[in-house]
Design a protein around this ligand. Structure first.
Ligand code: PDD
Length: 286
């Protein structure tokens, strides 16, 4: 089946969808994005992703391409047209095509570009990695200073994934001034003595939509949560480690730089949070 994608108001077969070579997303990485997961044909935490998209656009003085209601309708139309049961919807908004290359932002007459497409991943919530856990390496965090804005500047995260692959690991945790910021495409957590520890919000990390839900569910389940920075050594000495993202949900981390975390197997806190997250989010999916 040819995938149907969305570009600026049109639903098109993927091989007919195009964006200008002058688009600022292409020339300047002047674009923001969201990834929303789909489980059982329904959207997970759509409101959260919309709220963060609005914030990213606002921080960059970028116009919104359409209303939240229209975005929801496009998401649903793409799920239906592509018959997606489990998977993700990728959404990207750029500052549009000013018709030439210029560092200055174009005036308001240039409309933002909106591109959306589906990625079908049958069994997304049943990933075998949830049972085995993942291995991470630590690398320097040399990204820009506004990681709270979800921009498409993903070159260094891509390089980080390749460094991990080369080292026989699954992902990299980024380290700045001695402290872990986050994973290449996820938020990072450790568990020590029953306390869940994760980096506090700020410009240093993306404000994960999954993170917000996971911490809310953890607190509701009377688990202790501490939002603060932690070091790689502290993570290696932790009882458990895990990550969260819209596409991985909650995923255990069992090894950091070759050192086993805790027993070296996925821990009970990560397993419990994954279960609660998936149960609650499936119930609230729209
Ligand atoms: N990545 N931190 C970074 C750097 C991310 O790229 C992501 C998400 C997260 C987790 O955010 P959320 O829970 O809202 O997905 C944290 C997405 C999944 C991606 O780029 O594919």
């Amino acid at each position: 089946m040819t995938r149907t994608v969305y570009v600026n108001g049109a639903y098109l077969p993927e091989d007919q969808a195009t964006v200008s070579i002058f688009d600022r997303g292409f020339l300047m990485a002047d674009a923001v994005y969201e990834v929303t997961s789909v489980l059982g044909g329904k959207l997970i935490d759509f409101a959260g992703h919309c709220a963060r998209l609005a914030r990213s656009l606002g921080e960059l003085d970028m116009a919104s391409p359409c209303s939240e209601g229209e975005l929801l309708a496009i998401h649903r139309e793409l799920v239906a047209r592509n018959d997606v049961t489990d998977g993700m919807i990728y959404l990207q908004v750029t500052r549009g095509n000013p018709g030439d290359r210029d560092f200055a932002f174009p005036d308001a007459s240039v409309k933002p570009t909106l591109v959306m497409f589906t990625q079908s991943k049958p069994g997304l919530a049943d990933s075998p990695m949830a049972k085995t856990g993942m291995k991470v390496i630590s690398i320097d965090d040399i990204r820009w200073g506004r990681r709270d804005i979800k921009t498409v500047q993903l070159l260094y995260p891509s390089m980080g994934k390749m460094m991990a692959k080369k080292a026989g690991a699954d992902d990299a945790w980024l380290v700045e001034d001695g402290f872990v910021t986050e994973g290449t495409s996820n938020n990072a957590y450790i568990v020590k003595g029953g306390r869940i520890i994760t980096r506090n919000l700020g410009h240093e990390i993306l404000h994960g939509i999954t993170r917000a839900a996971v911490l809310r569910f953890a607190r509701e389940a009377q688990m202790e949560v501490e939002e603060r920075a932690f070091t790689v050594d502290e993570a290696k000495a932790a009882d458990e480690a895990f990550i969260s993202s819209a596409s991985a949900f909650v995923m255990p981390v069992v090894e950091i730089d070759g050192t086993a975390v805790g027993t070296g197997a996925p821990g009970p806190v990560a397993a419990r949070l994954r279960e609660i997250y998936l149960d609650e989010m499936r119930k609230a999916a729209i």
